[in-house]
Design a protein around this ligand. Sequence first.
Ligand code: ADP
Ligand code: MG
Length: 328
Amino acid sequence: MPIKPKGEFSLIYQHIAPHAGQRSDVLLGIGDDAAILTPAPQHRLVVASDMLIADRHFFAQQDAYDVGWKSLAVNLSDLAAMGAKPQWALLSLALTKDHAKPAWLERFMQGWSDLARQYDVELVGGDTTRGNQLTISVTVIGTVGQAQSALRRSGAVVGDDIWLSGTIGDAGLALQQMRQGVRVEDTLATRLHRPVPRVALGQALLPLATAAMDVSDGLLADLQHLMTASDVGAQLYSRDLPFTTAVKEWAEVDGWYLPLTSGDDYELLFTASSSCRDQMQQLSALLGLKLTRVGRVLSADQGLSVWDGQQLLPLPAYLGFDHFSGNL
Ligand code: ADP
Ligand code: MG
């Protein structure tokens, strides 16, 4: 009779490992001291890691399914921003007494694996400990062929178009509604709790984009990161920004800069030569994903500006989320 694992090992082998998935390039997955992976020849590894802490990145009482989904999604979004193909993941959990339970873990892993399956990402290892605060640390590994260099924040060229996928501000509005205790519209709640990483878009942009990143801390803050990395300036056209009707109404009442500074969008922000406009339109149709031209790359000395038609809008003092800026 096999020995029945107890405690930590029961959690790992009975409630996590069965949801790991299976790839033929995993020589050794969960169960040993380390995993052994076989990247395809002539490929580079692209690695990213993001940590989520209860009541900082998500509500501790949130449905565990959403927490599992989002933990992987925000990490895949980083690989998407590099144009990488996701393949493997590591999951480290610090669990409180309330969370170190089969029911919570099963639901967490259901959310995780429903997303992982879509991209064939195998969970190959991690760590499980007890913690005072539910903490989830995920590492994802993907690949890019050596012939195609990965997308970076640097590389934007003066005169390039600035593009955004999807819509922005939806998650920010959902969060605001939750904080105010008003009913959150389902579509907005889904955008906050189950973001969809733009993985296919990232890979399709490899031959097209000059620079790219994902929007996680707020559009203005993230655009500034891209500008710094590329040593360029940028102008945005506020009337062209892709907002849902709900976000448009929110911005009209509370201020246009809210959706530009709220985080958790997980859309791709990228730059491309103006000669790529037709290809972007085709790509948008192919992926069934809105791609909107929202601005233009300027020289570094011109800084960041947002234009409402011919009118220059004042920039807010707060451009986006920063854990250490004292705005929390
Ligand atoms: P070690 O003590 O050698 O670090 P552990 O006992 O922590 O090993 O883990 C046993 C195995 O289970 C390892 O293969 C590890 O990668 C895997 N593992 C532990 N926790 C997790 C987790 N949360 N998700 C996926 N794999 C895990
Ligand atoms: Mg360990």
